[in-house]
Design a protein around this ligand. Sequence first.
Ligand SMILES: [Fe+2]
Ligand SMILES: [Fe+2]
Length: 356
Amino acid sequence: MNTLTTRGFHHITMVATDAPRTLHFYGELLGLELVKKTVNFDDPGAYHLYFGRDGGRPGTILTFFEWAHARRGHWGVGGVHHLALGVATPQAQLKWKRRLTDAGVQVSGPIDRGYFKSLYFADPDGQVLEIATAGPGYAIDEPAEALGRELITPVAERLPAGRDEQAIARLTHPEPVPVVTPDMQLDGIHHITGITDDLEEAGDFYERTLGLRIVKKTFNQDDAQTKHYFWANYDGATIGAHSALTLFGWPGSRNVARPGAGQTHHIAFRAENAEEQLAWRDHLLSLGVEVTPVRDRSYFESIYFHAPDGQLLEIATDTPGFAIDEPSEHLGTTLRLPEWLEPQRADIERRLVPLS
Ligand SMILES: [Fe+2]
Ligand SMILES: [Fe+2]
């Protein structure tokens, strides 16, 4: 029995090809804070950009490796299908639809998923994104204290044949939305949806390694043949914020994810501090999971391992955070380098495209 339970996601890291474009899309259009401008510590010629909320609160952090020449990836088994960002209300979600559409982004939805409403689009590299409403939540079709016990067949209205696609397409905010208003603020990771070739094995793995618990067993509402399971930090009463991992099951599929631009590189879960990180590492080793030594990422400490389907995972500490090397009121304004790369600063800066 796992005595450790992750509180949820720490960050998600994606691959982009053009840092100024990424900054424009996530910073200006989606209104996220750039909380750190640094380089990939394993490849210092490339940017590593960190976005977040409230100075980079765990669970709200989106990071990007910029690899200008990365080939386009594709989702599949062992990879992430899409990242959903949270928004408070359906009204604010409609404002996002208008803002994105006016900016030339192709948007579909909002589609009523029952547990939340979903808006879909992609970033400029092709990463599939969703904006999902906070509610009504997972307790609409089973008791809050007994989530995930039964396999639930979606009601007919939520399947493609039951939707009025034209009405959905027409629905938007009546006025242009030139600025991100406070009600629209995206609150980090609502859920992350991946693809696995074995739902039972994946579920067992996430439960044993990370202490996540099943909270919904249902079917993909766009493809009723595909099972769709949800896990989260769940104590039998409430679901932790920024903790929902969902997987589509493609049993026996060899359609493996192809890493690259527009794909997620890895998903990171939370450890509270360095001490708990070591406990996580021991725990993973005790389960026979291959895990890296602790690596210092300046803003957190990291260990890496894989799920049985190939998904790259990380556990990152909440501490020390992004204010360790620049004042919290000026996060993301200058290029930060770890001490051991400082001697190469002039060289590194020459190779990077200026962001502003
Ligand atoms: Fe989703
Ligand atoms: Fe990471």
